[in-house]
Design a protein around this ligand. Structure first.
Ligand SMILES: [Zn+2]
Length: 122
């Protein structure tokens, strides 16, 4: 419900392409969104990866333990954008949703995000 005007350059939601087979951990580390089973998108606060498992903590303080599967429910939900609502407690900012909405998943085109997990950025 923030009424503040956003100063964003035009075209900020430029379309970006990721591979369909991008690893789930890399993807969620990038977009910082998690679809729950009820179709709600949560904002991810932290991801702790332990081998092939990861523990997510959302901004509404829910925890999810997930596997790094390519074909998990969540991976499909994210690729197909099936999540229908946004968690009101997570307060996912609009720019993040726009960025996600502008993300396309292609089989033969786009980043695998393999070398992009070292630093979350400023
Ligand atoms: Zn939430």
């Amino acid at each position: 419900m923030a009424a503040a005007t956003e100063k964003k350059p035009a075209g900020s939601a430029k379309i970006r392409y990721y591979r369909k087979r991008v690893r789930l951990f890399n993807l969620i580390d990038k977009i910082k969104l998690w679809p729950s089973r009820t179709g709600q998108l949560h904002g991810i606060r932290t991801i702790t990866v332990t081998g092939d498992m990861a523990t997510l903590t959302t901004h509404c303080n829910k925890q999810f333990v997930i596997r790094n599967s390519l074909n998990s429910r969540a991976a499909r939900w994210l690729r197909n954008k099936w999540a229908v609502t946004v968690c009101p407690e997570c307060r996912v900012p609009a720019w993040k949703l726009e960025k996600y909405a502008a993300t396309r998943f292609k089989r033969h085109h786009g980043s695998m995000l393999e070398n992009d997990t070292r630093h979350p950025g400023p």
